[in-house]
Design a binder for this molecule. Structure first.
Ligand code: ZN
Length: 204
């Protein structure tokens, strides 16, 4: 399996990092080894002094697909989840400035937190109206609603599958809302979909 991630899908997050509004979705991937193993703490890697959390709604692909049209995209997933796209922001800024790929800043081991809890999309009246949030040490640092996505889930699937074959078990990180920030040792991050706790990660 692999992870696909969407950059700059929420306007307020684009503004906080002073990025440009993209003309089409910005997609990058993480390999399977990026997944933080279940119940494992996140260790700040030695190559970064500025690891940021980015809470994101996840979509799990349930069957293989290529060139999926937006109107059929809903047939390719049932499960909605929540995770963190950990980012070495200092390294990413350096790479971006030189026009180099972001992999080292985005796809390193442990950079993909995937909440154990998944929700059937039928549980939501509208998947483009889901509230989600991240608490750091019990304080809310990020909150979003999927209605604010620039590209909706079905449009993302259509765009990604133009370039990459989607396979069963692939997971899409759909972008982060505003409020990203740095983690330090002993922080505890907890993610919520609506009122339900989906994951908890200790930073070491
Ligand atoms: Zn992200």
């Amino acid at each position: 399996m692999k992870f696909f991630c969407v950059g700059r899908n929420y306007r307020k997050h684009i503004e906080e990092l002073e990025n440009e509004l993209p003309q089409e979705p910005i997609i990058f991937s993480k390999p399977e080894t990026a997944k933080l193993p279940k119940d494992r703490d996140f260790y700040i890697p030695e190559f970064s002094d500025n690891i940021h959390y980015e809470v994101e709604v996840l979509v799990k692909i349930k069957k293989v697909g290529k060139y999926i049209q937006p109107e059929f995209a809903h047939k390719y997933y049932d499960q909605i989840g929540l995770g963190i796209d950990f980012t070495a922001r200092d390294l990413q800024q350096k790479l971006k400035k030189k026009g180099l790929p972001w992999e080292k800043a985005k796809a390193f081991d442990g950079s993909a937190v995937v909440g154990e809890k998944w929700f059937d999309k039928k549980n939501f009246e509208n998947i483009q109206k889901i509230n989600f949030s991240l608490l750091k040490n019990q304080e809310k640092v990020q909150k979003g609603n999927t209605s604010a996505m620039i590209w909706k889930i079905d449009e993302l699937i259509a765009n990604i599958s133009k370039y990459f074959t989607l396979k069963m078990g692939d997971i899409i990180f759909t972008g982060t809302p505003a409020g990203v920030g740095k983690v330090k040792e002993e922080d505890v991050l907890e993610g919520f979909i609506e009122e339900q706790s989906v994951f908890k990660v200790n930073i070491k």
